[in-house]
Design a protein around this ligand. Structure first.
Ligand SMILES: C[S@@+](CC[C@H](N)C(=O)[O-])C[C@H]1O[C@@H](n2cnc3c(N)ncnc32)[C@H](O)[C@@H]1O
Length: 273
């Protein structure tokens, strides 16, 4: 039995072993890839985590896996792709390979290559995603236009298809500020690699509805917990380092109250009745 609004201070494989099958709507996590930073020296078994996540994710649920690659002796590790194959092998579909582009990447020379400014946000799904609330942009286009196909004999207007959409879905490259403008919680920066809060917000809003269950297997400073709480989702997480759990607890103290989860649960009951 899993408690919501709780970060389990343990290896996520252990947490996952206690969860009922098909009970998570969405996981969002950034693994400690390529020893890029020293997260107190912890490592993780990606194949084992992927297959556990597959079992514990509901049909139509998703995993958002935010990961990049390190360059070692001039050669990119492609760990991100190894992870993607591990999730595919575990049974997930690669629903979308999205890009998290950094507006303000860390300045560095990078030798004979351009400055590294993105990470992957893989969206792995267990069958077709059951929830998709796309983020849209307004289209400033007053006039209707005529849809057409190019055929062997030239342009062929489609008679019934005058479309003037008022909005369109975002492209799958999302841009975020990193560093101090990515959260106003100073305590969060005691962790070496936090998610931009907006990234987590966009992903949770896209793939879940209020009351859904959101998990982060590498909770770090608690970004997922904070955003999920503020959006009325049920959440829980794992974090192997007690030092980071302590940071997350201090960060979450002003956001998480037992009352807020009761409120979300009440709303869910009302909606279901
Ligand atoms: C990239 S950080 C995640 C940061 C987080 N997204 C945030 O916004 O603060 C990865 C975290 O995974 C934790 N970690 C590493 N191996 C783990 C494991 N097997 N189980 C749980 N946590 C682990 C590390 O201690 C580190 O805090």
């Amino acid at each position: 039995m899993i408690e919501f609004q709780r970060i389990y201070n343990e290896n996520c494989v252990k947490t996952l072993s206690r969860i009922d099958d098909e009970s998570i709507d969405m996981t969002i996590a950034s693994p400690p890839y390529d020893d890029l930073r020293d997260y107190n020296g912890y490592h993780f078994p990606v194949e084992e985590i992927a297959s556990n996540l597959f079992a514990k994710t509901k049909q139509g649920g998703v995993v958002i896996w935010v990961v990049g690659d390190r360059t070692v002796n001039g050669d990119e590790t492609l760990s991100s792709f190894k992870h993607a194959f591990a999730f595919k092998d575990a049974g997930f579909r690669v629903h979308d390979t999205m890009i998290y582009a950094k507006n303000n990447p860390i300045p560095s020379d990078c030798g004979k290559r351009y400055r590294q400014a993105f990470e992957y946000m893989f969206c792995f799904s267990k069958e077709t995603p059951k929830t998709f609330n796309p983020i849209t942009l307004p289209i400033r286009q007053e006039k209707a236009f005529r849809s057409f196909r190019i055929t062997k004999v030239g342009r062929n207007d489609l008679a019934h298809d005058h479309v003037a959409p008022k909005e369109r879905k975002l492209n799958n490259i999302f841009y975020y500020n990193v560093g101090t403008s990515s959260s106003k919680d100073k305590v969060a920066f005691e962790h070496p690699a936090i998610f931009p809060e907006k990234l987590v917000e966009d992903q949770i809003l896209t793939w879940t509805n209020e009351g859904d269950v959101v998990y982060d297997c590498f909770m770090g400073s608690g970004t997922t917990a904070k955003v999920a709480e503020l959006l009325g989702r049920r959440w829980f997480g794992s974090e192997i380092s007690s030092e980071y759990v302590e940071i997350a607890s201090r960060r979450l103290a002003s956001y998480v109250t037992k009352k807020s989860s009761t409120r979300a649960a009440t709303k869910r009951k009302v909606a279901a009745s």
